[in-house]
Design a protein around this ligand. Structure first.
Ligand SMILES: Cc1cc2nc3c(=O)[nH]c(=O)nc-3n(C[C@H](O)[C@H](O)[C@H](O)COP(=O)(O)OP(=O)(O)OC[C@H]3O[C@@H](n4cnc5c(N)ncnc54)[C@H](O)[C@@H]3O)c2cc1C
Length: 241
């Protein structure tokens, strides 16, 4: 019988990318210059002309040029994060199957410093939590207790020959899953605007900390690969086109 393992990290890794700021600018220019917009613009040229055009597209919500790119990420996170992530219908996903393989006993616990308590003035529309190390430690105990019981029951059913698709029903949303997620720059910006809490944003969002962790990791990748588009997004109050 394997023993449960506990972790708190959210893994996000870029595995594939297509496109550049130059491609986005060329896609916009094709309407007036024809299909030669990318000539002489290999790589990801940061030119004033491209920067100005991309800022204009962002501000005026000329969105479709931002669809000419693609990023594929590999992710490991608890199922409750994956559920939130997969609400974004404009992404493509493929996930580890609980039907075809026995799942790994890896479960999420809140890390040190993770706020877990609702303050007296808690508002569901603005869910800001407060820290208490004592309460967090008790949450870890509660979680581990539940995970041990769930994992024991899961393994007992598998040992009895119960189908994996049925046995998995006892596993909690804190169980880690893994998947590939593919998105274009436009829809990544939509995700970033909703799944980060950023004081500079025109529309403040209040995402759960763990999906914000995933979003922030993807934001760093995006910033490096599409610097002009990223700068225009931030300059536009993190409003996606
Ligand atoms: C802080 C926060 C709290 C949330 N709380 C809840 C909750 O309590 N309960 C809950 O159910 N969900 C909740 N959600 C999920 C939320 O309602 C969205 O489902 C999720 O954020 C995906 O957003 P999206 O539809 O813009 O993304 P995508 O599905 O990626 O869509 C991107 C854009 O494409 C267009 N689009 C896609 N599909 C359609 C369609 N069928 N019709 C018209 N336009 C479409 C829209 O313009 C949309 O904005 C929450 C999200 C956040 C960020």
């Amino acid at each position: 019988m394997s023993e449960p393992r506990f972790r708190s990290d959210i893994v996000v890794r870029l595995v594939q990318r297509v496109g550049s700021d130059a491609m986005i600018a060329a896609a916009a220019r094709v309407s007036v210059t024809g299909a030669d917009g990318l000539q002489g613009e290999g790589g990801n040229p940061v030119t004033d002309a491209n920067a100005g055009l991309i800022r204009y597209l962002m501000k005026h919500r000329h969105a479709s040029p931002f669809e000419h790119g693609q990023l594929t990420f590999y992710a490991e996170c608890p199922i409750f994060v994956a559920r939130e992530w997969m609400r974004h219908r404009t992404w493509s996903f493929n996930e580890t199957s609980g039907r075809y393989r026995v799942l790994e006993p890896v479960f999420w616990v809140p890390p040190e410093g993770r706020a877990v308590v609702e303050p007296p003035a808690f508002k569901p529309s603005r869910p800001v939590l407060v820290e208490s190390e004592q309460v967090r430690e008790s949450v870890v105990q509660f979680c581990q207790h539940s995970y041990y019981a769930a994992w024991w029951n899961y393994q007992a059913m598998i040992a009895d020959g119960v189908a994996r698709e049925v046995a998995r029903s006892v596993l909690p949303v804190g169980t880690y899953t893994s998947f590939y997620a593919t998105v274009n720059p436009r829809n990544l910006m939509g995700f970033l605007s909703l799944r980060t809490h950023d004081a500079s944003a025109t529309n403040l969002s209040y995402p759960q900390a763990e999906i914000e962790d995933a979003a922030r990791q993807m934001e760093e990748v995006f910033k490096g690969l599409f610097p002009l588009t990223y700068a225009a997004f931030v300059g536009n109050g993190r409003v996606a086109p």
